[in-house]
Design a protein around this ligand. Structure first.
Ligand code: HEM
Length: 492
């Protein structure tokens, strides 16, 4: 018996040792193949940058500021990174056909997103884009989204904060915003309510599975080479095994919803799934389309709100300007009721845009060049390599935003008190050009409603406002340690 146990232990030990050696050798060979002795690549490979910078994005920002063209090249990653608006316009609009998402990206998210809009190029993207633009552009869906958001705020968000205000307990606002936006995007996309913001309920299976699946899919991008995660997937090991299980769960739940909707009828429903059912018969394709919306619309909104409340904690004058506007537009001590008055909140709109300039929810975004090309700043891009536009760095470049680029100044978005959009290629927070975010209006509406409702009723004091956010690597900016706050009810 004893010898059997030691045999099993030895086998496990040797399997792990073998795998460890295999991956180490692989990384070593990759370094040899793409090896580069330049200072930037060496700092990247040895993680030396982390001595001086909290976040990789801050290091890239530093390098991009120093570069005369606003473009750098990380040779070992075969990645050209730019913060130059003329290059961004070239990639996202002028030579759009040469810069698809490409196979390496769609492979990373492919198991979770399938052929959903977020993950495809060409005909399939074109078809979904047209269909989705038509639906999302309609007045009826905007009003539907507004009513959903209002309901979630009134029946869940405000009662939750009130209870924390009564108890004086510390609350993690990042977690609250993630739960809030998951409830909303599920209701909007699927017509189902996972009830995540209801803290007394166990967190829904869908939320847990979806969280695991998106986190582990994003981690694939951090592997030194795709061969690493592909080998783990082949052998059904570790994180790849977990990912497979989480995706299976997401698929099962999505299939249940689709089957149920087919049985019950969908023509009188307003959610996206029901709307798409009118034009798509293939249930797998329907699943893929709707899961893309879940991914696109969930963490982005939560991330935008988290940094906004952190920035407000540093800028009381901005908070009081928002309060003044709320008094003026919706009246002292009144709640935001109508869609039209929400559109009149120009200062709040500007403050949210300004906050996402400094803390974009999507910090960078990559494409793959099909053929060799030359960017407007003269940078040569080799076909088959990666090109990244860096939203986070762009918001912090003096040459793009002026000498006050690091200041939180909503006024820079206002002309005669009205919000004025800037060149989208200098602010590609929602991407820009032909693939600009489809949920932009909905996202801003959601953020405005939450900010207005919370600032009206509560003093939200960030527990440690001095601590600048440090981010966890992933698809969307997530603050390490969350945003702990203390909430107090305002005197009315
Ligand atoms: C503050 C919130 C948001 C930000 C900052 C944001 C940003 C972005 C960015 C940068 C992209 C391009 C990603 C890429 O191609 O790799 C994108 C695409 C997209 N977004 Fe958003 N997004 C937000 C909210 C939303 C919401 C709420 C929805 C859904 C209702 C949504 C739906 C989409 C879709 C469907 C795409 C894919 C468009 C396409 O490929 O044609 N987004 N978004």
């Amino acid at each position: 018996m004893e010898s059997q146990i030691s045999f099993i232990f030895c086998s496990i030990f040797f399997s792990f040792t073998f795998l460890f050696s295999f991956f180490s050798l692989l990384i070593f060979l990759l370094r040899l193949k793409f090896g580069c002795s330049c200072e930037i690549c060496q700092a990247f490979l040895s993680s030396r940058w982390s001595k001086d910078f909290d976040n990789l994005c801050d290091w890239y920002t530093h390098l991009l500021r120093k570069s005369p063209t606003g473009t750098i090249h990380i040779h070992v990653l075969r990645n050209t990174i730019t913060a130059n608006p003329a290059n961004v316009e070239h990639i996202l609009k002028t030579r759009f056909d040469n810069y698809p998402k490409g196979k390496p990206f769609s492979a990373i998210l492919g198991d979770l997103l399938g052929k959903g809009i977020f993950n495809v190029d060409g005909e399939s993207w074109n078809f979904q884009r047209k269909m989705a633009s038509l639906e999302l552009g309609s007045v009826s869906i905007r009003l539907y989204a507004f009513e959903l958001v209002k309901m979630e705020i009134q029946t869940r968000l405000i009662p939750l904060l009130s209870s924390f205000a009564r108890n004086g307990d510390v609350l993690d606002m990042q977690d609250v915003f993630r739960r809030f936006s998951f409830d909303n995007i599920c209701k909007f996309s699927f017509g189902i309510d996972p009830g995540c913001l209801n803290l007394s309920l166990p967190i829904s299976k869908l939320a847990v599975a979806f969280d695991t699946a998106s986190k582990l899919s994003a981690e694939r991008a951090l592997a030194a080479s795709p061969i690493i995660w592909k080998t783990k997937r082949l052998l059904n090991l570790g994180s790849e095994k977990q990912l497979k299980e989480a995706i299976k769960m997401v698929n099962q739940l999505a299939d249940e919803v689709i089957n149920h909707r087919r049985k019950m009828g969908f023509s009188d429903k307003n959610d996206l799934l029901s709307r798409f059912m009118a034009s798509v018969n293939d249930d797998n394709y329907l699943r893929d389309i709707v899961i893309s919306f879940l991914l696109a619309g969930r963490d982005t909104v939560a991330s935008g709100l988290t940094s906004f409340f952190w920035l407000l904690s540093q800028s009381p004058e901005v908070e009081s300007a928002i309060q003044d506007e709320l008094d003026r537009i919706i009246g002292p001590n009144q709640e935001l009721e109508g869609f039209e008055s929400m559109k009149e909140l120009h200062y709040l709109h500007a403050a949210l845009y300004e906050s996402m300039r400094l803390f974009p929810p999507v910090q960078f975004d990559s494409k793959f060049a099909k053929d060799d090309d030359v960017l407007p700043d003269g940078t040569f891009v080799r076909g088959g390599t990666r090109v990244t536009y860096h939203q986070y760095a762009m918001g912090r470049m003096e040459r793009v935003w002026g000498s006050d680029s690091m200041e939180f100044k909503p006024e820079r978005w206002l002309e005669n008190g009205k919000f004025v959009q800037q060149n989208p290629f200098k602010y590609p927070v929602f991407q820009a050009g032909l693939r600009v975010c489809l949920g932009k209006e909905m996202a801003v509406m959601e953020m405005k409603c939450v900010a207005a409702a919370l600032l009206r009723r509560f003093h939200i004091r960030v527990a440690d406002p001095i601590q600048a956010p440090r981010f966890i690597p992933g698809l969307t900016a997530t603050v390490r340690g969350g945003l702990p706050v203390v909430v107090e009810e305002r005197e009315v």
